[in-house]
Design a protein around this ligand. Structure first.
Ligand code: ARG
Length: 480
């Protein structure tokens, strides 16, 4: 085998124990590969529709939305860099019966001219909820409001719009703070599919895919059974004639495949909704909406846990608002870039399918597999380059640490390819950490300042790290 591997000019081959060959890549090959900037893996450009963040109106973003937002955004950046055409979709929860109580509460407070405390939408939601639960008269009015909203009553619609817009603005403010590339133009809320629901129902009915069950119209895609072993329904129209979350997702699926012409439809939503998406996709496949090789993928993820191993909550047991979490990050870190970077990297560096423990001390540490460690490596590179006494020159690989760094740098392209194929940003995170570690060894062993080759290698490492941080959506602090 060793004799037959003709890698002359590329690498030296050496037998290293039974079944193993050691390949030593020729220095000039390494150097040549490193000469240009990092390039994305070759790709057949596809249209990739990514549903992520997707919070609900009148509820502030909380830690549960953090993962979807951070993972989805990294994927959007990665796919775009690889040459794909990315459509970001923020599937805002802006429709449903809870709007009856929200609008009625708003109306009680003086309608559009009143002062609603919408700056604190969570408190507003809670007040409406308390009235709904404790006041029969209010509950009746809230129900009538739902009807008014659905039938397009003018003043009701206006109040609803105001609620939605206020929420959208508050989400975008959080996104800006977090460095998330979602804007107002990316919102396509549940309400935007309302006028497609009747036609979805017609189409599924015409294909014989719906069955009446206890007054509701349901699809029973093959292979889904409940605890009792009986076929499990996807409720398309409820017994009261209303449409719910599943119907909206069916319309959204059809829209993304047929109208947006997506090739890959990604749904970055927590693992508990896995069954919902598998069923929606199955019905969409049965209806022929995914014909022609469209792939619909639930990009699920685990939970964020507290130090006690239970769901991450505040001390008093409440869900933690994202805004409060970011405030704490600012307070704990030297700059917002470090705090935000730490939070995002802690999420992106772990396999999304698993849970992880939210631990400030660990994620803010400047050693280990953390955001600050990468940011610190980049800051050090910049400072070394500022102090260099020579211009960068041709790279010559003498020391083992130089070779190791050069080889590690070449891993970016395959790491990005794997991150894209599996929708796993941690594949890139792992690579970036290896680069930072290889640089740190190189920095300790090889004096850089007056060597044109090492200055060039350092600059190349800086470019690569900077790119990688950008692709994950991590900010680069000016100074650390
Ligand atoms: N608004 C939903 C929630 O907070 C998530 C929506 C996810 N996207 C979708 N197409 N269903 O749970």
């Amino acid at each position: 085998m060793a004799e037959r591997a003709d890698l002359s000019g590329l690498a030296e081959v050496e037998i290293s124990g039974p079944g193993f060959l050691n390949l030593t890549v020729a220095d000039d090959v390494l150097v040549e590969l490193l000469a240009g900037p990092d390039t994305p893996p070759p790709a057949d450009p596809q249209r990739v529709v990514i549903d992520y963040s997707s919070p609900n109106v009148a509820k502030e973003l909380h830690v549960g939305h953090l993962r979807s937002t951070v993972i989805g955004d990294a994927l959007a950046r990665l796919f775009e860099w690889a040459g794909h055409d990315v459509v970001r979709v923020n599937h805002l929860g802006d429709w449903g019966t809870q709007f009856g109580m929200l609008i009625e509460h708003m109306s009680d407070l003086g309608g559009l001219d009143g002062e609603f405390g919408l700056s604190d939408l969570t408190a507003f939601y809670r007040q409406a909820r308390v009235k709904f639960d404790g006041d029969d008269d209010f509950r009746t009015r809230a129900r009538l409001r739902v009807v008014a909203l659905q039938s397009g009553d003018g003043p009701t619609r206006q109040m609803w719009r105001r609620l939605v817009e206020q929420s959208e603005r508050s989400f975008v403010a959080d996104y800006d703070r977090l460095g998330i590339t979602l804007g107002l133009e990316d919102f396509a809320g549940e309400s935007s599919y309302q006028d497609q629901l009747a036609s979805v129902l017609d189409e599924l009915t015409a294909q014989g895919l719906l069955v009446e069950s206890e007054g509701a119209l349901c699809a029973f895609p093959a292979g889904f059974t409940g605890r009792d072993g009986r076929p499990f329904p996807l409720i398309v129209r409820k017994s009261d004639g209303g449409f719910g979350y599943a119907a909206t997702d069916l319309a959204a699926l059809r829209h993304r495949a047929r109208d947006l012409k997506g090739d890959r439809l990604l749904y970055v939503v927590g693992a508990p909704q896995s069954m919902h998406f598998q069923m929606v996709f199955a019905v969409g496949r049965d209806a022929g909406w995914l014909d022609g090789g469209v792939s619909a993928e639930h990009i699920g993820f685990g939970s964020i846990l507290g130090a006690d191993g239970k769901m991450f909550k505040s001390r008093s047991g409440e869900t933690i608002k994202l805004g409060d979490l970011l405030d704490e990050a600012d307070a704990r870190a030297s700059t917002p870039a470090v705090g935000i970077g730490a939070i995002k990297y802690a999420d992106l560096s772990s396999d999304r399918r698993g849970d992880y423990v939210f631990d400030w001390d660990r994620m803010l540490a400047t050693t280990g597999n953390t955001g600050p460690y990468l940011q610190y490596a980049l800051a050090r590179i910049r400072s070394v380059l500022r102090k260099a006494t020579v211009e960068p020159g041709p790279v010559v690989l003498g020391e083992e640490a130089e070779r190791r760094l050069a080889l590690t740098l070449l891993g970016l392209e395959p790491a990005v390819a794997a991150a894209i194929e599996h929708c796993e940003p941690h594949r890139l995170a792992v690579h970036l950490h290896e680069v930072a570690a290889a640089f740190s060894t190189f920095y300790e062993r090889c004096p850089i300042q007056s060597s044109p080759s090492r200055v060039a290698l350092t600059a190349r490492t800086g470019d690569s790290l900077r790119l990688g941080l950008d692709l994950l959506g991590l900010p680069v602090p000016e100074a650390m």
